[in-house]
Design a protein around this ligand. Structure first.
Ligand SMILES: Nc1nc2c(ncn2[C@@H]2O[C@H](COP(=O)(O)OP(=O)(O)OP(=O)(O)O)[C@@H](O)[C@H]2O)c(=O)[nH]1
Ligand SMILES: [Mg+2]
Length: 223
């Protein structure tokens, strides 16, 4: 009797696991990624950079590049850093100094070092958190460019947590609407992670986002 109970529990665990897998980003299982070229993971902005850093730390095979402001994230030696400073406007001055916001009106200038990367024959996986300047603008511009050039690529973007405010969400949603028309662009909601884990601490929220990017990448490689 006891052993049957254990087996039942295992079976229900399996069932719960299978159900979780089913509810996990359906688009992932529809993607077939070719195995004949090497993967080049490129993280855009701080969100993309931290996701790529985490994926790299898990011993995933491939090439790794990050495009970001060097003061925002420490990049280990195994990852190539392309420095990029996004245009900012001063919104207000406070006791702790001036507060700068990304100036979304400014046109994006892609660093030559970045466009040069795409001359090579890799399968490019672009990762970005939408909502700021670097990740949002670059994800859209590069996806469009790679699509036109018929490159083997995939863009994966996160949508901001609701606690980040309406402004970020609006920037992200507008970009999402435009990018939905470009093939190979996929999105996930960071808020889903808070539904999955109700007691998710604020300090753990973004690292959980990094792990979710990793989970998507690993799952993609299994199909
Ligand atoms: N997974 C993950 N997501 C993050 C992290 N930091 C920020 N994000 C998400 O990415 C979105 C964009 O923020 P950033 O990546 O900081 O912005 P950016 O692309 O660097 O843009 P600018 O700094 O404005 O040029 C945020 O709204 C967050 O939702 C992180 O460490 N990990
Ligand atoms: Mg940034």
């Amino acid at each position: 009797m006891h052993s049957i109970n254990i087996r039942m529990n295992r079976e229900s665990e399996q069932r719960v696991k299978a159900l979780r897998e089913l509810s996990f980003e359906r688009w992932v299982s529809r993607i077939k990624i070719s195995t004949h070229s090497e993967t080049h993971l490129i993280g855009l902005g701080s969100g993309g950079a931290n996701a790529v850093k985490y994926i790299w730390s898990q011993w995933v095979k491939g090439r790794f590049t990050v495009v970001n402001d060097p003061v925002d994230t420490d990049i280990p030696d195994g990852i190539k850093l392309i420095p990029f400073h996004s245009p900012k406007i001063r919104k207000f001055s406070g006791k702790k100094g001036d507060f700068y916001f990304p100036d979304m009106e400014q046109p994006l200038e892609l660093p030559d070092e970045l466009t040069d990367l795409f001359r090579e024959n890799y399968r490019f996986l672009l990762l970005a958190g939408l909502g700021g300047y670097t990740g949002t603008k670059m994800a859209e511009a590069l996806a469009l460019m790679l699509h036109k050039e018929q490159k083997d690529f995939l863009t994966i973007c996160s949508m901001p947590f609701s606690f980040e405010g309406r402004n970020r969400l609006a920037i992200a949603r507008e970009a999402e609407e435009r990018m939905k028309t470009i093939p190979n662009c996929h999105f996930f909601e960071l808020d889903l992670l808070r539904n999955e884990q109700k007691d998710l601490l604020l300090s753990e929220a973004f690292p959980a986002g990094d792990r979710y990017f990793y989970r998507i990448i690993i799952t993609l490689c299994l199909y």
